[in-house]
Design a protein around this ligand. Sequence first.
Ligand code: KG4
Ligand code: ZN
Length: 342
Amino acid sequence: MQKKDIYILAIESSCDDTSAAVMRNAFVLSNITASQKIHEQYGGVVPELAGRDHEKNIVPVVRAALKKAGIEATQLDAVAVTSGPGLMGSLLVGISFAKSLSLALQIPLISVNHMQAHILAHFLEDEKEKKEIPSFPFICLTVSGGHTQLVLVKGHFEFEVLGQTIDDAVGEAFDKAAKILGLPYPGGPFIDKYAKEGDRTRFSFANSRVPNLDFSFSGIKTSFLYFIRDHVKTDPHFVEKNLNDICASYQEHLTNSLLKTTAIALDEHMGCDLALAGGVSANGRLRERVLQLTESRKINAFIPPFEYCTDNAAMIGAGAYFKFLRNDFSSLTLLPDVKMHL
Ligand code: KG4
Ligand code: ZN
């Protein structure tokens, strides 16, 4: 007997992107994201403004996702939403909306952990290509604006954190350096862009020593601040003249730090494939280095397509689909968990 298709509307609003996706099982029918521009002028996300913008965006984004998918709300089998980690006001908008829809349509509510969803994005299918999915166990390097983690993924909901940052996330290290260079927020993609034309061996920065499989990025960030300050003292045009080389060298430094620890994790878990997840996995040089590392070790690399790297609702849909299959539903008393663990 053919299995019945499951249609899920997934909503992501944990930070500054309002996103809605419609899934048919693990297949993405639509994935629509409204990125908030308002934070650019402040050089970082302003929580109150983020919440307000989610309120404005959520209805049009959900409508657009349903329309693109060609699905009526009444055809949905469940509604899923990110319940943490994230900003309280931002999470509340998505959760309140999802609860109302669940109640109005009398369909189950599914709560999804944002960090698990970044990893589960590897199990998404879409019309673009038929791709391989990772087999368990595999190692996932999750790199975003809020997290830097090495995770041993043993099952769809079985995770062991092998190591993580003891201070800043690598995305923050990209964004803060970009701010020092006068680049717009979020600066990671700009560093990536300017680095493409630069010499990555030209400048060097201090290394942080952290034991085990943990990471540290706050020292690197401070070293970058002093480096720019000292050079600008002697040449006020230092940044304009050397922007490409500065970006390439700094990006290489961050990538080295990520890859060194990842290589140790792979040594400790021989035979495991390597996956990348989170916004920073859109970085061109990081993707290239991960491919080099996995080729040299004769293991597979799983690198998400760009649209599933940064925050998006399709990844929430992936988590929701696997929860639906387990009948793992939430009650309407669901609350945001801003510090939710993996
Ligand atoms: O996963 P994400 O969209 O949001 C969080 O959950 O944090 O990640 C956002 C982070 C930001 O720090 C942004 O600068 C970074 O991902 N990012 C990049 C690139 N694209 C996004 N960093 C470096 N290179 C990129 N191409
Ligand atoms: Zn994220």
